[in-house]
Write a protein that binds this ligand. Structure first.
Ligand code: DUT
Ligand code: MG
Length: 149
């Protein structure tokens, strides 16, 4: 299936190359920390890590800032507001709100790949207020209503 590349303007004020896709069908591009000095995250500490990147997404697109599973598995590093949302009209620096969920200090180094960015299309809603909603098989069932096996 054809995957179309969205053209995205970017200003790179970081010391590092632009993010890229690591494999041909990667959904996300890894973002690198752009730091003057390493940042130490103590257990349960969080920090807003700059990337030095500024983007202008096309209308109808958002960028999601998601954790990297390797950092999560090996070091308990996640993102507090995961997935972070970069709006199409945001012109500030992309930053990543890392949190250390392990019981050991973690040092974020300059240039380290700390998160991944997935660009996605989204829909916006125009409300149609109603008195009733159409019936479905699920109805109001949720929170495990279909069982576990
Ligand atoms: O991980 C993130 C999340 C957001 N942003 C930037 C881009 C986004 O467009 C803007 C606002 O984000 P959001 O709407 O999630 O934050 P808010 O707390 O609602 O702030 P605002 O009132 O500015 O919308 O902050 C980041 O750089 N990194
Ligand atoms: Mg907001």
């Amino acid at each position: 299936m054809d995957i179309q590349n969205a053209q995205v303007k970017v200003i790179n004020q970081s010391k590092h190359d632009l993010p890229n896709y690591q494999t041909i069908h990667s959904a996300g591009m890894d973002l690198r920390a752009n730091l003057e000095a390493p940042v130490t995250l103590k257990p349960l500490q969080r920090a807003l890590i700059p990337t030095g990147l500024y983007i202008a997404l096309p209308e109808g697109h958002e960028a999601q800032i998601r954790p990297r599973s390797g950092l999560a598995y090996k070091h308990g590093i996640s993102i507090v507001n995961s997935p972070g949302t970069i709006d199409a009209d945001y012109r500030g620096e992309i930053k990543v709100l890392l949190v250390n969920l392990s019981d050991q200090d973690f040092v974020v180094e300059d240039g380290e790949r700390i998160a991944q960015m997935v660009v996605a299309k989204y829909a916006r809603v125009a409300w149609q207020e109603a008195q009733a909603l159409d019936d479905t098989e699920r109805g109001a069932g949720g929170y495990g209503s279909t069982g576990t096996k």
